[in-house]
Design a protein around this ligand. Structure first.
Ligand SMILES: [Zn+2]
Length: 188
């Protein structure tokens, strides 16, 4: 099973992704309050000596876990990966506007060599041609402007960016919690 299961804490906030193995462990430990969503996954559980059969566990695509999960909710910054960055920026070069799913690079708006940081607010998707032309120059030096502003994704956006195979019911829940400026809605 390739899909991930969305864990929601008891306050209703999606907190993290679970593999089905994690979800089965949570189920066995009695940590799942209930599940919902349109999709169901059936996994093979332990072998029963009484019936001689493997037990089957059916899990929903969204699981509400008992208790709050402050370790996940709002505490972690979203890992900056190229794949998450390009999805945030809808595969569009921030300088020329070319949209391409391939050949994009991570550009540091203030170059690292000029004191810029490797952080969501200082990076954007950039095509190879613009990246080569920009080199280690700043936008002021080049007279360039950004076509869109970089931003740090919030926790819910991070969950969408992290999982390329988010299911429709999981996406529906996550989208209700996105900030208005999010570009993920169009990208999703
Ligand atoms: Zn470009």
């Amino acid at each position: 099973m390739d899909h991930l299961i969305l864990a929601v804490d008891c306050t209703g906030y999606p907190s993290h992704w679970l593999t089905w193995q994690d979800a089965v462990t949570h189920d066995v430990l009695g940590k799942i309050a209930y599940g919902f969503g349109e999709h169901e996954f059936t996994c093979r559980g332990g072998h029963s000596r009484v019936t001689g059969r493997d037990s089957l566990i059916t899990l929903k695509s969204i699981l509400v876990l008992r208790g709050r999960s402050p370790a996940f909710w709002g505490r972690h910054s979203i890992p900056l990966t190229n794949s998450a960055l390009f999805r945030r920026d809808q595969y569009m070069c921030a300088y020329c506007g070319k949209v391409t799913p391939r050949g994009l690079t991570r550009d540091h708006i203030i170059p690292l060599s000029r004191g810029g940081s490797d952080h969501w607010l200082n990076v954007c998707a950039c095509c190879r041609i613009c990246n080569l032309a920009k080199g280690s120059q700043t936008l002021e030096e080049l007279g360039w402007e950004l076509l869109y502003l970089p931003y740090a994704p919030n926790h819910q956006e991070g969950l969408i960016l992290e999982n390329r195979r988010t299911l429709s019911d999981q996406m529906e829940l996550l989208q209700t919690l996105l900030p208005k400026h999010s570009r993920i809605l169009q990208a999703a």
